[in-house]
Design a protein around this ligand. Structure first.
Ligand code: NAD
Length: 453
C-alpha cells in the first residue's frame, strides 16, 4: 500500500494532473473503456447478482458516461480561477479563488451499484486533477475484479489504480495518509472511515444510507404515485441507497394505494420470472431480509427462493414503527406501509429518527409541499417522483447527519475533490496609511468606518 501511495504522490508532484488536457484525456479514456467493454461489464454484473444489461446501462453506465460528457463540456469553466468581490478596506486590490486538486485520493465503493459508485467519485477526482486509489466493494467479486483488470490495462498505476479486497485491505488503506477519502457505504463503516481520516486530518465525503420515507397525501395523483414509487422501490430489488424505504400514507387512501401497488407489481412483472429482477447480493443479506418479513403483515408477496437469493416484491401493511422492518434500513424488496391521521404526527415521527438520505413527497398541494420541505431535513429527494433526482447532474447528491457528509455529481463532485485557494492580489502603486502605527483617534474612526464596508 505504501508503495502505491508514494508512487502516486511522486506522480502528483510532477504537476501533470494539473493540466486540463491530461484530465480530459484520462476521462475520455475511461469513457472509451466503459463503452468498448460494455459486454464484459454486463456479463460480470450479471454473474454477481443477475443484473440485466438494460438496468446495468440505465443505472450505472449511462450515468457515468453522462458525467464524463458534462465534465468535458464544463471543466474549463469549473477549473479556472474565479474573481470575487473585494471589500473597501483592501482597496485597491483584486480577489480570486484558485481551485486546486487535493492530491492522492482514496475512493471506497459500495456493492449495490458497483460500477457507478466506484467510478463516479473517481471521475470527479480525476476532473479535479487528483490521483486515485479505488477500493471497490468485494461483495460483487466479478465486477470488482473486472474493474481492477480494466484499470490496470489502461491506466498508469501511479495515476489511477484499483486495490481489491474487503475489511482487511480497506483497514490497511485507511492506515495510510491520503489527501481525501471518499466513502460510499453504511453509516456503521462510515464512522470507522471518519475516525481513521481524523488521524491525519484528511477531508472526507461520506455517502451513507438510512430509512428514506415516501409521504403520500390524499390529494396526490395516486395512480402516478404508485407507478413511480413501485419502480423506484423494486429497481435493483430494493438494494438502492435512495430507494423509498417505507411509505407513510394518509389513512383514508391506504386501501386504494395497496390495491394499486399490487396491480402495478403484477402488470409490470416485478417478479421472479422477470429477466430484469435482480438477486439479493448474498446469503447473509437474504437471511437478514427474510428475518424482517412478518407473515401476519404481508399484503402481497413474501415468497422467497433461497437457492437463487430471490425475494418477491412484498407489500407490508398494518406496520408500526415498533416492527422489525422499521428498525434498520431495509435495502431489499420489502415495502412497509404505515398510516397516519395528521401530517404533524408523521412529521414528528420522521424528525425523531436519524436524518434520511432521501425523502419523497407525493402531493398536489403547494402548502403541504412547502411545509414538508421546511420541517423535514434529509439529503435530497423529489416531489411527485422518486429516485430520479440522482440522474440530474445539476443537483448535488449527498446526505445529511447520519446519511452523509458532503456532496458530489457534476460541479459538486469537482468541488468535493478540490481546495479553493483564496488569493488577494494588491498592486504596488498605492498604500493607504490607515492600518500602520502610530495609531491616532482619527485613524481609528476611519478604520471603524472602513472595516464595516
Ligand atoms: P459497507 O459499509 O458494508 O461497505 C462499504 C465499503 O466499506 C466496502 O468497500 C467494504 O469493503 C468496506 N468495509 C466494510 N466493512 C469495513 C470495515 N470494518 N472497515 C473498513 N472498511 C470496511 O456498505 P455496503 O453493504 O457495501 O453498502 C450498503 C450501504 O451503503 C447501505 O447503507 C446504503 O444505503 C449505503 N449506500 C449509500 C450510497 C450513497 O450514495 N449515499 C450508495 C450506495 C449505498
Amino acid at each position: 500500500m505504501e508503495e502505491i501511495i508514494s508512487r502516486q504522490r511522486a506522480f502528483f508532484n510532477t504537476h501533470s494532473t494539473k493540466e486540463l488536457s491530461f484530465r480530459l484525456e484520462q476521462l475520455e479514456k475511461l469513457g472509451h473503456v466503459l463503452t468498448t467493454h460494455e459486454q464484459q461489464l454486463n456479463e460480470a454484473i450479471f454473474k454477481d447478482f443477475k443484473k440485466s444489461p438494460i438496468e446495468n446501462y440505465i443505472t450505472e453506465l449511462a450515468l457515468l458516461l453522462k458525467e464524463i460528457k458534462d465534465i468535458k463540456n464544463n471543466l474549463h469553466y469549473w477549473a479556472r480561477k474565479k474573481r470575487v468581490a473585494t471589500n473597501l478596506a483592501n482597496f485597491p486590490a483584486a480577489s480570486y479563488l484558485y481551485p486546486e486538486p487535493l492530491g492522492v485520493c482514496l475512493v471506497i465503493g459500495a456493492w449495490n451499484y458497483p460500477y457507478q459508485l466506484s467510478f463516479a467519485p473517481v471521475i470527479a477526482a480525476i476532473a479535479a486533477g487528483n490521483t486515485v486509489v479505488l477500493k471497490p466493494s468485494e461483495l460483487p467479486s466479478h465486477t470488482s475484479s473486472l474493474m481492477a483488470t480494466l484499470v490496470k490495462d489502461h491506466f498508469d498505476p501511479a495515476f489511477f489504480t484499483v486495490v481489491e479486497g474487503g475489511v482487511e485491505a480497506t483497514t490497511e488503506l485507511l492506515d495510510q495518509k491520503f489527501d481525501k477519502i471518499f466513502f460510499t457505504g453504511s453509516t456503521k463503516v462510515g464512522k470507522i472511515v471518519y475516525k481513521a481520516a481524523a488521524k491525519n486530518l484528511t477531508p472526507v465525503t461520506l455517502e451513507m444510507g438510512g430509512k428514506s420515507p415516501a409521504i403520500i397525501m390524499k390529494d396526490a395523483h395516486l395512480k402516478m404515485t404508485v407507478k413511480r414509487l413501485i419502480w423506484a422501490k423494486f429497481l435493483n430489488s430494493g438494494q438502492t441507497c435512495i430507494a423509498p424505504d417505507y411509505v407513510m400514507i394518509e389513512e383514508s387512501i391506504e386501501e386504494e394505494f395497496l390495491k394499486l401497488a399490487k396491480e402495478e407489481i403484477l402488470s409490470a412483472k416485478y417478479a421472479f420470472e422477470n429477466d430484469n429482477y435482480v438477486q439479493i447480493i448474498n446469503e447473509s443479506n437474504f437471511d437478514r431480509l427474510v428475518g424482517l418479513l412478518d407473515p401476519d403483515k404481508i399484503y402481497y408477496g413474501g415468497k422467497t427462493d433461497k437457492d437463487n437469493r430471490y425475494i418477491q416484491p412484498t407489500l407490508m401493511f398494518n406496520v408500526t414503527f415498533e416492527d422489525a422492518v422499521m428498525q434498520e434500513e431495509i435495502f431489499g424488496p420489502l415495502l412497509p406501509v404505515i398510516v397516519f391521521d395528521k401530517l404533524d404526527h408523521a412529521i414528528d415521527k420522521i424528525r425523531s429518527l436519524p436524518k434520511p438520505l432521501s425523502c419523497y413527497i407525493f402531493t398536489r398541494n403547494k402548502q403541504t409541499e412547502r411545509k414538508l420541505l421546511k420541517e423535514l431535513s434529509f439529503g435530497g429527494g423529489a416531489i411527485n417522483e422518486a429516485l430520479m433526482h440522482i440522474s440530474n447532474p445539476h443537483l448535488p447528491f449527498g446526505g445529511v447527519g447520519n446519511s452523509g457528509i458532503g456532496n458530489y455529481h457534476g460541479e459538486a463532485g469537482f468541488e468535493a475533490f478540490s481546495h479553493y485557494k483564496s488569493i488577494l492580489k494588491k498592486p504596488t502603486w498605492l498604500e493607504l496609511p490607515l492600518k500602520y502605527p502610530p495609531y491616532s483617534s482619527s485613524k481609528f474612526r476611519w478604520l471603524k468606518r472602513l472595516m464595516k464596508l
